[in-house]
Ligand binder design. Structure first.
Ligand code: ZN
Length: 336
């Protein structure tokens, strides 16, 4: 796509950059609820890529990623257009909570939205029609849910050609393939012809600099893949696993209520039978050791160490022998 980027109420022409606050709803006082948007339209022709964050209002890492790309990178040679949406769920962001405070609706189950539905549908709809659907590709940034943390990884429907292209270009070690639940931003955008991936990194309520920096490399790599920045190259992350089958990943859940001591960190390799964590009662007289059911990588772990039975403890993805050797070789090279 080339030329001007148009949305309902404005136009951004080649060579122009616009910071705007776009009204998506109204508060109880009738004041506008406005989403910040930065549109950078390059002088050269190229694709249109959106970068969005804080669809869940307390997931902050992505906000800094999108802001830095929009405001701090030199876009002089940009081919194409960047549509940067650092804070999608403005009411959730202000309340510092995951869901829209209006009836606790999940904005990330409300896409593509409608003009006449619930408040969440309408917010999703205005964002979707104006800033997501018109793009050629998209990346939506998330973190783990409050109380847990993730390694940087991509979630994407790798059966879709355009999505797989983005997922590989983002240069993350782990890609978890799925269509995702109904109503997600990435699912709805992909369905509407805008291949989109989700990038997960770290925990809610934090700016985690090493993860943010790694994700910024991923954005550069995606832009290189799409031909938006001539001087950049697509990055290879050193090793990679693409998790496709349901038997290659599992959420380990607590079978006892209690206090959890983790024995393995986010991102570490565990072998079948390795203790991952121990759940104890208040007197430390009873304990349950949770072991790895297969050899794999801990993609997500608990940060808040308190569980009821059924609460998630960690997210484990399988590593086959070849990937495991690549993982170990890569980590050995980093230590040298
Ligand atoms: Zn999220």
């Amino acid at each position: 796509m080339c030329g001007a980027f148009t949305y309902d109420g404005g136009v951004v022409r080649p060579g122009e950059t616009a910071d705007l606050r776009y009204t998506v709803s109204e508060t109880y006082l009738g004041d506008p609820v406005r989403v910040p948007v930065t549109i950078v339209n390059g002088e050269r022709e190229g694709p249109t890529l959106f970068l969005s964050a804080a669809t869940h209002g307390d997931e902050l890492n992505g906000i800094e990623i999108v802001r830095e790309v929009a405001q701090e990178w030199d876009h002089t040679d940009l081919a194409g257009t960047l549509v940067c949406l650092p804070v999608l769920n403005v009411p959730g962001f202000i309340a510092q909570q995951r869901y829209l405070p209006i009836y606790d609706r999940d904005l990330n189950r409300s896409f593509p939205g409608t003009e006449t539905g619930t408040s969440a549908d309408r917010i999703a709809g205005r964002v979707f029609r104006n800033f997501l659907e018109p793009c050629d590709f998209g990346v939506d940034f998330h973190t783990s849910t409050r109380g847990r943390t993730n390694v940087l990884h991509v979630r994407a429907d790798t059966d879709h050609e355009g999505v797989e292209r983005l997922a590989k270009a983002f240069a993350s070690n782990v890609v978890i393939s799925s269509e995702g639940p109904e109503g997600t931003l990435r699912g709805a955008a992909t369905e509407a012809g805008t291949p989109t991936i989700t990038v997960e990194l770290g925990e809610a309520h934090r700016f985690q600099r090493p993860l943010i920096d790694a994700a910024l490399e991923g954005v550069l790599s995606v832009m290189a893949e799409l031909g938006m920045r001539e001087t950049e190259r697509v990055k290879w992350p050193g090793w990679r696993t693409v998790i496709e089958g349901a038997d290659e990943k599992t959420w380990l859940r607590a079978d006892a209520g209690g206090l959890v001591e983790m024995h393995a960190d986010r991102g570490s390799l565990v072998e079948t039978g390795d203790p991952i964590c121990t759940i104890t009662n208040p007197f430390k007289t009873e304990s349950v050791v949770v072991e790895a059911p297969f050899t794999g990588l801990l993609v997500g772990v608990l940060e808040n160490p308190l569980v009821y039975p059924g609460n998630p403890l960690c997210h484990l993805v399988a590593l086959d022998e070849q990937t495991r050797r690549a993982f170990e070789a890569h980590h050995a090279s980093l230590r040298e």
